[in-house]
Ligand binder design. Structure first.
Ligand code: GLP
Length: 269
């Protein structure tokens, strides 16, 4: 596992963006797995800038991890709206190449099936971006989530609903109680995982995901089963890790990490 610890959140966002942007540069037809949440906003601003600077996004296919049940795509609190606002409307990504489950379909089961089918049809996602919830969720795979789970409808925990309260004007009753999410198995099928966490409030979940035992009650710990994982952190989110000295020296000596650093100085600053 590649654990990269950077001095502040902006550097972590930049590094994560560099992984995505070098992927797009090398393979303009890439399939990207995208995530939502505050952590992602800075990352998407780098992508928007790169697109303005001439990097073409028109051949990309994108798949989002999740969506709230009952919210329509034009609801300002929906993840579709978030993605349009922070990335899709600001770049030349083709709208028909962006896949996010609809939160208010006629049949939820059919929506789930269609999303599963689409993923199967296009094959593996090249790079899957992940945030992490304070309770260790990825996507909306709440504890406990089976490592064999696929895209499905889930019940959101009160803790997660509380954490997302701001986006709903602080009214808990307005935060949906269910969501559609890619499953853990689906996420692990991506070729590369990039988990990004910043801030002290994420440090326990990061520790449990990276160094703790594998368990359904800490869904993010499933990343330990993958063969190509990048965990990008700021110092605050890395605070509870035990092996930081090792991670730092590994990053220093890692050829690919060096390439991403070069990419940042060459194309992003
Ligand atoms: C939501 C999303 C997750 C995201 C998490 C953390 O629950 N479904 O995919 O990782 O929020 O969000 P933030 O980056 O705002 O802390």
């Amino acid at each position: 596992m590649n654990v990269v610890i950077l001095d502040r959140a902006e550097r972590a966002e930049e590094f994560a963006a560099a992984i995505l942007l070098s992927q797009i540069r090398n393979e303009p037809f890439s399939k990207l797995g995208l995530a939502t949440g505050r952590t992602m906003e800075g990352i998407y601003s780098h992508l928007v800038q790169a697109n303005r600077d001439g990097l073409d996004f028109s051949q990309l296919l994108t798949f989002n991890l999740d969506e709230y049940v009952d919210l329509s795509p034009i609801d300002v609190c929906s993840y579709r709206y978030y993605m349009n606002e922070y990335l899709f409307d600001e770049t030349n990504i083709e709208p028909e190449n962006t896949f996010i489950p609809r939160g208010n379909p006629i049949s939820l089961q059919q929506e789930v099936q269609e999303f599963r089918n689409k993923l199967r049809e296009v094959g593996s996602i090249d790079v899957q971006l992940l945030g992490i919830g304070e309770n260790g969720h990825i996507g909306f795979n709440e504890p406990p989530s089976l490592f064999g789970s696929e895209t499905r409808v889930v019940t959101l925990s009160d803790e997660t609903r509380m954490q997302n309260l701001d986006a709903f004007g602080g009214v808990l009753e307005d935060v949906p109680k269910r969501a559609i999410t890619m499953g853990i198995k689906t996420i692990l099928e991506a070729k590369k995982l990039v988990l990004v966490a910043t801030g002290r409030h994420k440090s326990q979940a990061v520790h449990d995901a990276v160094e703790g035992p594998l368990r359904a009650s800490l869904p993010a710990s499933a990343i330990q089963l993958h063969h190509d994982v990048w965990v990008i952190l700021d110092e605050a989110a890395a605070q509870d890790l035990n092996l930081t000295a090792y991670y730092r020296s590994h990053t220093k000596n890692n050829q690919l990490a060096e390439e991403y650093r070069t990419f940042i100085t060459k194309y992003m600053r």
